[in-house]
Design a binder for this molecule. Structure first.
Ligand SMILES: [Zn+2]
Length: 161
């Protein structure tokens, strides 16, 4: 498993155990290169979902990718892995119940941003600045207006994904 922080190829599994609801195996991993720790969840997928990237390339949906990208965005932020896991579950549920076997990667990006805005605004800004590929300072202005709008939408409902 590649380290999501530094890209190092080899990471060590420190601990493996089923999650509380037994729907997945939780693995704590350690990167000997940068010393960062992260967690992965291996889960039986109920439906096969395919992600369609910008440009049309397709790849199998990978729930772990959502968790890893959220972990990177929330690095050193006061957010528990359990909270990330809960929001990731919400995203997967939303995708699985949408009835669509193919999902645009941009749709996943939007759902991750919605989760992050509810979890931690700093993590949200980190994720969005990469995801939206900010180049100019003005890009932030529009972004912050969107943020106010999103906060208004999700602010009163902690736990809603
Ligand atoms: Zn690393």
């Amino acid at each position: 498993m590649r380290c999501p922080f530094c890209g190092h190829e080899e990471t060590q599994v420190k601990d493996s155990r089923p999650t509380e609801d037994s729907s997945s195996i939780r693995r704590r991993r350690y990167c000997p290169e940068c010393g960062e720790r992260f967690t992965t969840f291996e889960r039986v997928q109920l439906r096969e979902l395919t992600v369609v990237k910008t440009g049309g390339r397709k790849q199998p949906f990978d729930r772990d990718k959502i968790i890893r990208s959220m972990q990177v965005a929330l690095r050193k932020r006061p957010v528990d892995i359990e909270e990330i896991e809960m929001f990731a579950n919400g995203i997967v549920r939303a995708l699985e119940t949408s009835g669509e076997p193919e999902i645009a990667s941009s749709r996943i990006g939007e759902l991750v941003m919605k989760a992050l805005v509810a979890l931690d605004v700093v993590g949200y800004i980190r994720y969005a600045s990469v995801y939206k590929d900010f180049r100019e300072p003005e890009d932030f202005g529009e972004f912050l207006r969107e943020l106010e709008h999103l906060k208004a939408e999700t602010g009163d409902k902690p736990g809603a994904a």
